[in-house]
Design a protein around this ligand. Structure first.
Ligand SMILES: Cc1cc2nc3c(=O)[nH]c(=O)nc-3n(C[C@H](O)[C@H](O)[C@H](O)COP(=O)(O)OP(=O)(O)OC[C@H]3O[C@@H](n4cnc5c(N)ncnc54)[C@H](O)[C@@H]3O)c2cc1C
Length: 612
């Protein structure tokens, strides 16, 4: 059975030493964070993930969810673990205190998200989606919903979903068919079918609050083929009165659960809305005038907020799957005997050396570890920026821009790299990794969906180059280049040269690539489209590289001062060197690919290829 050890020491290093959370008392929700409290939360969360969630990960994958007579059941052990999860209050860690949460900032809750996702992604998605749903309802719902529904979701008594996808549309929501018709009492009646809904139905909670997008027909009963009349709705599985009392079953039924490649203990449902009672959450849309071009209705704002939070969560899932795959690859390489070290046997009295002696195995492990620890730091830095953005600090606008810029990078780069790490962890096992009993092929299967849902990674790349780069005259990339460039300038001493120089080269390349996109993308949008994935990866490598430079600086300082966790600091320096030597050189290659433009790609004759 695979192992899992929560990376609590790394979190402590990041929170206390790199980001010094205890000193940030001017940020919202940070004033209550003593070092002891933070350590207590991390230790207990880690223990819960190791002892309760991880032991039912492999069995949950083997058993999967069940769908019988219209009812969904989760695998053995899931309802009991969910009860324990709720009793411990883990689902409400980041929720505001006025709705029963602990009110902790994102930089702490991200740790719980990652550990739970490592230990059991299928399980962690149930409360993960609930948290995205209650945050959206808290932001957009009527006072009675905040009073009666949100607290039940925070406690986990009720769960939540996000319902966007339909058979005919996932990325292109303009094609959505689900409609909601206003009733005289101000509620709506919803009709349509949503597919692939995570946690759409299950036996863990007493009620499920669906957050759904649908189109409101115009006065002629027509729905428009754009986003102008799309709105965001709350549709409970069981009706809820304004006094909070749960009533009859609403017109939402489960059409089935998907048989899928991974996350098999997560119920991915078809949901049918048959005249279901729905409550509109966004402002009422006004249909566009003839000829007027509408990109998105104001009613979609709540949905975008929910999706941005969920995208960061999915990026963290990439880190999580990389972490557990790395841990198991390492454990195997430290016990498996195969071949001899290239420089001569390390253990001549044994028939073979341990697998770990081989440089290529070490390369696989360091590739994963340097990604996981570097990406974890970027995720925390982004969560910190979100807190700064909602504070009164002078740099709050820049922090908001950076968090917004990082969202697609975290979603796509982290899930691509997480999948690479899952694959490498399995490779350490040789053929045994491919065998189900050993449990590591599950990480590859589970981690694969992270690249697709919450917006396919190619679509994230288009969001980065098509929307985020140019917004407000390029303010976001300028803020990023300025912040990293300023730090490199201030830390360019000899000892830091092996870290600062490669990041500076990567940053210069990123700047040139950004200019190239600004010039060519406007002239030919296909050039931007063809470059998008490489550009996103380039930005990801540079930002993780900068975080490694920061961690290397800190490790050098701590080692020079003596004391502390020397093994951790030395490990950090080694990973930082790996990233500089092995990942930063990719930047030049990516820029070369970006500059290749789109001509060859667009010359691909897909019809001829299909016919041949
Ligand atoms: C296990 C699972 C769980 C899910 N959970 C949920 C959920 O809880 N709620 C929910 O609403 N949905 C959910 N989804 C749906 C998921 O978000 C969509 O499948 C995803 O957004 C892609 O949409 P699609 O499948 O319709 O692919 P399409 O939109 O048809 O796209 C197909 C491919 O085309 C490419 N592509 C499309 N548009 C562009 C573009 N503009 N630029 C570049 N490339 C493009 C991408 O590579 C994409 O992968 C889930 C899906 C799965 C499999």
């Amino acid at each position: 059975m695979p192992i899992y050890r929560a990376p609590v020491d790394d979190y402590k290093f990041l929170l206390h030493e790199l980001f010094e959370v205890e000193k940030q008392t001017d940020l919202p929700r940070f004033d209550q964070m003593s070092a002891d409290l933070v350590d207590d939360i991390l230790t207990n969360a880690g223990k819960f993930c190791e002892d309760v969630l991880h032991p039912i990960n492999q069995s949950g994958d083997e058993e999967g969810c069940h769908f019988e007579n219209g009812v969904v059941r989760t695998p053995k052990g899931f309802p009991e673990a969910y009860k324990q999860f709720c009793e411990a209050g883990w689902g409400g860690l980041g929720a505001p205190e006025d709705v029963g949460g602990s009110g902790l900032p994102g930089i702490i809750t991200i740790a719980m998200t990652e550990m739970a996702m490592s230990a059991n992604q299928s399980f962690a998605m149930y409360p993960g989606l609930t948290s995205a749903a209650y945050s959206a309802l808290y932001a957009t719902g009527a006072p009675w919903m905040k009073e009666h529904i949100v607290p039940k979701m925070v406690s986990g008594e009720w769960s939540g979903t996000m319902c966007l996808t339909e058979a005919g549309c996932g990325t292109d929501l303009r094609l959505m068919k689900t409609r909601a018709v206003e009733q005289p009492d101000g509620t709506y009646r919803m009709t349509g079918t949503k597919i692939f809904i995570s946690g759409g139905d299950h036996d863990l909670a007493d009620n499920i609050i669906h957050m759904v997008i649908a189109k409101i027909p115009d006065e002629n009963g027509q729905i428009h083929d754009d986003l102008s009349t799309v709105n965001f709705f709350m549709v409970p599985k069981f009706l809820v009165g304004e006094d909070g009392k749960m009533g009859a079953r609403n017109g939402v039924s489960t059409g089935g659960i998907e048989k899928k490649m991974g996350i098999k203990a997560q119920a991915t449902c078809v949901l049918n809305f048959d005249d279901a009672i729905a409550w509109r959450l966004g402002p009422k849309p006004t249909p566009p005038k003839p000829g007027e071009k509408v990109h998105a209705s104001a009613g979609m704002a709540g949905m975008f907020g929910m999706m941005n939070a969920a995208r960061l969560g999915v990026g963290v899932q990439g880190v999580a799957i990389g972490e557990i795959a790395y841990q198991n690859g390492l454990a195997y390489a430290l016990t498996r005997r195969v071949g001899h070290a290239l420089t001569g046997p390390k253990e001549p009295d044994q028939p073979a050396d341990l697998e770990i002696v081989h440089p290529d195995v070490r390369r696989m492990l360091l590739h994963s570890r340097s990604f996981v620890e570097g990406a974890r730091a970027v995720a925390m830095w982004t969560a910190l920026n979100m807190s700064i953005a909602s504070s009164s600090r002078p740099d709050k606008d820049a922090a908001g821009l950076l968090a917004d810029l990082m969202t697609p990078v975290i979603k796509a780069f982290f899930t691509d790299m997480g999948f690479e790490a899952a694959n490498l962890g399995m490779q350490c096992y040789g053929g045994h990794g491919y065998i189900r009993d050993n449990g590591v092929e599950q990480f590859v299967r589970d981690g694969r969906i992270n690249q697709t849902y919450e917006g396919a990674n190619g679509v994230q790349a288009m969001d980065l180059v098509g929307r985020k780069l140019g917004r407000k005259g390029g303010a976001a990339p300028m803020a990023l280049l300025g912040q990293i460039g300023g730090w490199l300038k201030d830390n360019g001493d000899d000892a830091m040269a092996p870290f600062v120089k490669p990041v500076q080269r990567g940053l210069d390349t990123l700047q040139q690539a950004t200019l190239w996109l600004a010039q060519h993308g406007l002239q030919n949008p296909n050039d931007a489209g063809a470059a998008a994935t490489d550009y996103l990866r380039l930005m990801g490598i540079v930002v993780v590289g900068w975080m490694w430079a920061r961690m290397a600086k800190l490790a050098q300082t701590k080692l020079a001062a003596g004391g502390g966790n020397a093994a951790l600091y030395n490990g950090k320096l080694n990973c930082a060197r790996y990233w500089m030597e092995r990942m930063m050189p990719e930047c030049a290659m990516l820029f070369e690919r970006i500059q290749a433009g789109s001509a060859t790609i667009m010359a691909f004759d897909a019809d001829a290829a299909a016919a041949s």
